[in-house]
Design a binder for this molecule. Structure first.
Ligand code: NDP
Length: 451
């Protein structure tokens, strides 16, 4: 491996990662994005290279894969696959969400777990990184079917997790309902009431502001970036993708700060509401998505706005874009369109929503661009606060948690500026987040010997 030239080092390292992890494109993409921004720093700090910290960080500490059999309402048997990737525990117990979606596989969980390690480090809370879930699709299933699946999933997962070992949370397809069923099963199996999952209901160990945290935090981060240019969210036109947990609360905080959200999407298409999604319409979306579990198309029918089947909202003219659905949902071409239409702020509520090409277009255009591991860290940060409240057996008020969330997002922003500011004054938030997140984990790994 070339230890002198950053570009060559990146190429050599990626050849090593690809050879060891064939057929895992999202994992390769997540590692490449980190290595290319870290290589110069690593060459200047050879102790990390000599200790092979990066080689160790791309190797999960443990990968668990298991069978999840369950029975539907008609008595038919289904077999899904469950996963937990325990990526890194250098600075705390494994922490990261569970995703239930038919498209997941080990590659997706390795990419998410790798990102999670650096993200959790950025929060400044003592949390290692992990990620997991299943190829189960909750869409179209009855509550009883979801419950039976969650119970079967947790029956196996329970032997690998614990409040001081590994503390999962929600992600795509895993919200309050699923967390409740899994928590109930864990409690029954272990005969203990512990903070083994976060995202629990208020009244049984949950934290206020946890449901809001990822969406709110993403918008707080965007506001911090705007402030560096003497600007704010007020009066900005904002495109948002997704219509789940993160997207809903991103809309809410954009409204709080005086912006105008004009789009939402789901995996079938997007709606464009040029008058803006106001609070009343947002309440309808929450009902539609969280209670009736309907499709975003129904919003267009109710409010008589345009619906675009199988399309994404990046062709709409906007100042700010908040991708809040899934990975690789902004292509290079779509990034170009956003830039041509005047978009100058992109804050990622989702994990790795920009393709490699899109990310480089944003960086080259020197806009305010925040990668998910910085912008969406508010979710796991408040999960960390939920763990603290569980440990001291107290609940903080909404205001207290929101204040802590704000200050964590401000702190992450400052760390990105510290490590990502270039001589021209431009802040490369990708580089800043990767270096700041890496250093803390790397130092802990060095101190703990060859682990
Ligand atoms: P939800 O399941 O609540 O919502 C996901 C939304 O994205 C839905 O509207 C869904 O549409 C859409 N979506 C999912 N997969 C696809 C796809 N392949 N193509 C197009 N649209 C898709 O998940 P969250 O809001 O919790 O998560 C959204 C993103 O935010 C994910 O990237 C997640 O990793 C990230 N994130 C979430 C955190 C959290 O606290 N929940 C924390 C940090 C990051 P449909 O219903 O049709 O599938």
């Amino acid at each position: 491996m070339n230890l002198r030239d950053p570009k060559q080092f990146t190429e050599d390292f990626m050849a090593y990662v690809k050879a060891k992890n064939p057929g895992e494109p999202e994992f390769h993409q997540a590692v490449l994005e980190v290595v290319e921004t870290l290589s110069e720093f690593l060459i200047k700090n050879p102790r990390f290279l000599q200790s092979k910290i990066l080689e160790r960080m791309v190797e999960p500490e443990r990968v668990i894969q298991f069978r999840v059999p369950w029975m539907d309402d008609g008595g038919n048997i289904h077999i899904n696959r469950g996963y937990r990737v325990e990526m890194n525990s250098a600075i705390g117990p494994y922490k990261g969400g569970l995703r239930f979606h038919p498209t997941v596989n080990l590659n997706i969980f390795k990419f998410l777990g790798f990102e999670q390690v650096l993200k959790n480090s950025l929060t400044s809370l003592p949390m290692g990184g992990g990620k997991g879930g299943s190829d189960f699709d909750p869409k179209g299933k009855s509550d009883n079917e979801v419950m039976r699946f969650c119970q079967s999933f947790m029956t196996e997962l329970s032997r690998h997790i614990g409040p001081d070992t590994d503390i999962p949370a929600g992600d795509i397809g895993v919200g309050g309902r699923e967390i409740g069923y899994m928590f109930g099963q864990y409690k029954r199996l272990r005969n203990e009431f512990s903070g083994v999952l976060t995202g629990k209901g208020i009244g049984w160990g949950g934290s206020l502001i946890r449901p809001e945290a990822t969406g709110y935090g993403t918008v707080y981060f965007a506001e911090e970036m705007l402030n560096t240019r003497g600007d704010s969210m007020k009066g900005k036109t904002v495109t948002i993708s997704g219509s789940g947990n993160v997207a809903q609360f991103a809309v809410e905080k954009v409204l709080d700060l005086g912006g105008k959200p004009v789009s939402l999407s789901d995996s079938s298409g997007f709606i464009y509401d040029p008058d803006g999604i106001d609070r009343e319409k947002l309440e309808y979306i929450k009902l539609l998505k969280n209670v009736y579990r309907g499709r975003i198309r129904e919003y267009a029918e109710k409010y008589d706005v345009s619906y675009f089947e199988k399309k994404r909202p990046w062709g709409i003219k906007c100042d700010v874009a908040l991708p809040c659905a899934t990975q690789n949902e902004i292509s290079g071409e779509e990034a170009e369109t956003l830039l041509n239409n005047g978009c100058f702020v992109v804050a990622e509520g989702a994990n790795m929503p920009s393709t490699y090409e899109a990310e480089h277009k944003f960086l080259n255009a020197r806009i305010l661009y925040a990668p998910g591991k910085a912008a969406n860290a508010g979710g796991v940060a408040v999960s960390g606060l939920e763990m603290s409240q569980n440990s001291i057996r107290l609940s903080w008020t909404r205001e207290e948690v929101d204040e802590k969330l704000k200050s964590i997002m401000t702190n992450i922003h400052s760390m990105c500026v510290k490590h990502g500011k270039e001589s021209s004054g431009f802040v490369n938030y990708v580089k800043g987040a990767n270096i700041a997140g890496f250093v803390k984990v790397a130092n802990a790994m060095m101190a703990q010997g060859l682990v």
